[in-house]
Design a protein around this ligand. Structure first.
Ligand code: ADP
Ligand code: MG
Length: 286
């Protein structure tokens, strides 16, 4: 079986600002490879600056990798023309950490959600309104919220709007770039739980970027650990958390505030699960 998304030897170099053309560029991503299977979640873990976001953006070809290949649904993205890439992009979306930056504050939620439809599909107004309302309800908001602006919502609700917008074109793949890192733990659980439900219902695959091992343990099947642009370790989350092979991974795990990181990750994962269950019960009761 071929993976939905395959990255092979992705390299991304940035020219340092104000340096001569002949100066050595800075290598933010240094030969990263991974496979993401359909319906699965692959996490990219690593501390700030390790190259996670740059890898995610290269995977969607939002930025051009310096070298390496990305294959999505059997097609090598780097071989596509701009217009072919545009069409393909509707099937691959991204959700960002910072909803203040990613949701234009001057636009209503309705317009934010309708925009992808206007760019990619010929949808009439009535159908547009219907799909926006349906999606808002699908992510736990209300159709009537379409007339409001992003700042009228809480952080968790804004992230639901970001997720809703990413889903408007019925994508297969979503790159989630620290989607809950700006949220309180109880709100994190609600949003992560929603993302899991959506994944199951819609058959989504997630490339899930996070620096938080407990969030990753809750969400992902497999992970790659990045340090200074390179993958230092990859495999099943449970195996890596129980038996980190690389010293950098051990260090990442040991930065969590408890003697045994496995116990910590398990506890936090259990807490996330408990809050998620409580939310589900509450929603059912309403
Ligand atoms: P992470 O998401 O793991 O925190 P990033 O992928 O954002 O890491 O960044 C990796 C490295 O690349 C950092 O040192 C960052 O400063 C650098 N970098 C990212 N984007 C650019 C850019 N557009 N120009 C120059 N350097 C960049
Ligand atoms: Mg980042």
């Amino acid at each position: 079986m071929t993976a939905l998304l395959q990255a092979r030897d992705i390299v991304k170099e940035f020219r340092r600002r104000g340096t001569k053309r002949s100066a050595e560029p800075f290598r933010a991503v240094d030969g990263v490879s991974f496979d993401l299977e359909e319906g699965a979640t692959l996490a990219i873990v690593g501390e700030s600056g390790s190259g996670k976001s740059t890898t995610g953006r290269c995977a969607l070809r939002l930025i051009e990798p310096t070298s390496g290949t990305v294959t999505f649904e059997g097609t090598e993205l780097t071989s596509l023309s701009a217009s072919e890439m545009r069409r393909r992009r509707s099937r691959m979306q991204i959700v960002f950490q910072d909803t203040y930056a990613s949701l234009d504050p001057r636009w209503t939620v309705g317009r934010l959600l309708a925009e992808p439809l206007r760019l990619h599909e010929r949808t009439d107004r009535r159908e547009e309104t219907r799909r926006v309302g349906e999606m808002l309800e699908r992510v736990g908001l209300q159709a009537s919220h379409a007339g409001r602006y992003p700042h009228e919502f809480s952080g968790g609700q804004r992230q639901r709007i970001g997720i809703a917008r990413a889903l408007m074109l019925r994508p297969k793949l979503i790159v989630c770039d620290e989607p809950v890192s700006a949220l309180d733990v109880s709100v994190q659980a609600q949003v992560l739980n929603l993302m899991k439900d959506l994944q199951e219902e819609l058959g989504l695959s997630y490339l899930f970027i996070s620096h938080d091992i407990s969030v990753v343990a809750f969400m992902a099947d497999d992970m790659i650990v990045m340090n200074k642009g390179a993958v230092v370790e990859s495999g099943a989350c449970a195996d890596i958390i129980a038996n980190p092979a690389d010293p950098y991974t051990r260090e990442l795990l040991s930065s969590v505030p408890i003697a045994d990181p496995k116990v910590y990750a398990d506890r936090r994962t259990a807490r996330l699960r408990a809050s998620a269950d409580a939310v589900a019960r509450q929603t059912e009761a309403e």
